[in-house]
Design a binder for this molecule. Sequence first.
Ligand code: GLP
Length: 240
Amino acid sequence: MEVVIIRSAAEAGRIAADRVEAAIAGRPRPVLGLATGSSPLPVYRELADRVRCGLDLSHARGFALDEYVGLSYEHAESYHSVVHREVTIPLGLDPDAVEVPPGMAQDLAAAARRYDDAIVGAGGVDIQLLGIGSDGHIGFNEPTSSFTSRTRVKRLAERTRADNARFFGAPEDVPTHCVTQGLGTISEAREVVLLAFGAGKADAVAAAVEGPLASICPASVLQLHERATFILDEEAAQGL
Ligand code: GLP
């Protein structure tokens, strides 16, 4: 695991965008693993700048990590909407080639399995961007998630619902369940870049990087990954 400590969000964006460019170079149909949340935004901003300067991502496929259950895809805070608004459009991706887990499916379990199969069928993720929850979750794999888990329905931890209440009118409006890629699914990406900023992430980052390999900190699974990079500001790195 590589740890890079940066001085600004823009620097984090540049380093991660370089990794994305390198990971997809020469691949006819590269696959990007897309994360929501505020942490990856500097990467999307940097990639959007590069697209304006000629970088072409229109041949890339994208798979998002997670989605709320029961939230209309048209809702502004559904990850279908967020990914379309913050990633697909600014990066010039083909909207038909960007997939988000099926939080509105009738048969969620079957739809989640199909989503997982689609990632494998696309040849797997070339580079996965990640944020980290204050409880150490990646995607929506909450503490005690199995390291071998696949895309499935999960109940959201109360701490995650509280963290994400800022996006909804009232805390009780935050959905209680999600569909998320599993830790086993995420671990199959050929490269992983996790971004974390601010003191609120310091405990989770320390547990992920230097704590025991333990499902109580789901991000610690990345200690097993051959190509995982944590890009941190000094506040997020202060527990290391
Ligand atoms: C949500 C997302 C995660 C994200 C986390 C942290 O729970 N499902 O993928 O990593 O928020 O978000 P932020 O980067 O805004 O702190």
